[in-house]
Design a binder for this molecule. Structure first.
Ligand code: UTP
Length: 296
């Protein structure tokens, strides 16, 4: 059976101030993890889950993003002439893997506002949202599990991750009620609570499957600091309709955060057969020398 969720929205219009100066002239979603920009992992995740219609919400500096998912005839011509057939195949596959559309957010008025500009493209149907700087390891099957939960429960499903008490203040945090293994009903949601106020240690991470009611909820949200529309506030209003959370334990990286970006680079490279064994030897050697520079 084909999933009722045919479209995905990838917000990629944030300013990326946590990753300056790298994000001064390029979106953080274009920073490479090993040899692919972060957003390519996200598009591949949507395609693996069966979604081919993808809308990317762009901000300033959108050109590199559009160029990345477009054909590059000049490059293809040179790769063909040089007999670099594997590279040619890879470059072509990027442009062919999905139908990618773009829309400008205009002003970076928050994640909720970024999602609201997708309304006309999405129409009156459920859809997925994948944050362009949040990477989920392939083995986690995050979006696939959430689409299955949406089909069973018929309500919006958000991704959750258990975090340390000291970390809850960086996330939206939920009050859960157990429903199924790894699935909870969301009873309340709070944006960036203090450890004392946090209703649990379950934090919202960058994957969502929404019913179209989210657009009405976003319209009702009052702008907060700096005129930003918070997606968390709209999810709070959606609780009337019912919202579920799917819990994922590991394999998630916030590549807009420098330390998580480094973790993602190392872990993804270690999993690669072409790079992993040599990188492991290098790291063993480096750390075996007491964390020095590796130079003798
Ligand atoms: P972040 O919360 O990481 O915001 O956005 P940011 O502004 O890009 O990052 P910092 O804090 O300044 O470093 C989460 C996701 O929502 C998108 C971002 O591109 C990212 O994928 N976003 C955020 C938008 O598309 N528009 C916005 O106005 C804000």
């Amino acid at each position: 059976m084909t999933s009722p969720v045919a479209k995905a929205v990838i917000p990629a219009a944030g300013l990326g101030t946590r990753f300056l100066p790298a994000t001064k002239a390029q979106p953080k979603e274009m920073l490479p993890l090993v040899d692919k920009p972060a957003i390519q992992y996200v598009v591949e995740e949507a395609v693996r889950a069966g979604i081919r219609d993808i809308l990317i919400i762009t901000g300033r500096n959108k050109r590199s993003l559009e160029d990345h998912f477009d054909r590059s005839f000049e490059l293809e011509f040179y790769l063909e002439k040089a007999g670099k057939h594997d590279e040619l195949k890879e470059v072509r596959a990027i442009a062919e893997m999905a139908d990618i559309h773009y829309i400008r957010q205009g002003e970076p008025k928050g994640l909720g506002h970024a999602v609201s500009v997708a309304r006309d493209h999405v129409g009156d149907a459920p859809f997925a949202v994948l944050l362009g700087d949040d990477i989920m390891a392939e083995r986690v099957h995050a979006l696939e599990d959430m689409l299955a939960a949406y089909e069973r429960l018929g309500r919006s499903v958000i991704a959750l991750k258990p975090v340390q008490p000291a970390e809850v203040g960086s996330y939206g945090c939920v009050r859960p009620e157990a429903v199924e293994p790894r699935v909870v009903k969301v009873l309340d949601i709070v944006e960036k609570p203090s450890p004392e106020e946090a209703p649990s240690n379950l934090a919202v991470i960058g994957r969502y499957v929404f019913t179209p009611s989210i657009f009405g909820a976003l319209e009702r949200v009052q702008p907060g600091r700096g005129g930003e529309i918070q997606l968390t506030d709209a999810i709070g209003l959606l609780l009337e309709e019912g919202v579920y959370g799917q819990i994922f334990e590991g394999g998630r990286y916030d590549t807009g955060n420098k330390l998580d970006y480094l973790r993602a680079t190392v872990e993804l490279a270690l999993e690669r057969p072409d790079l992993g064994p040599e990188l492991r030897r290098f790291l063993d050697d480096l750390l075996g020398r007491g964390g020095g520079t590796g130079e003798s």
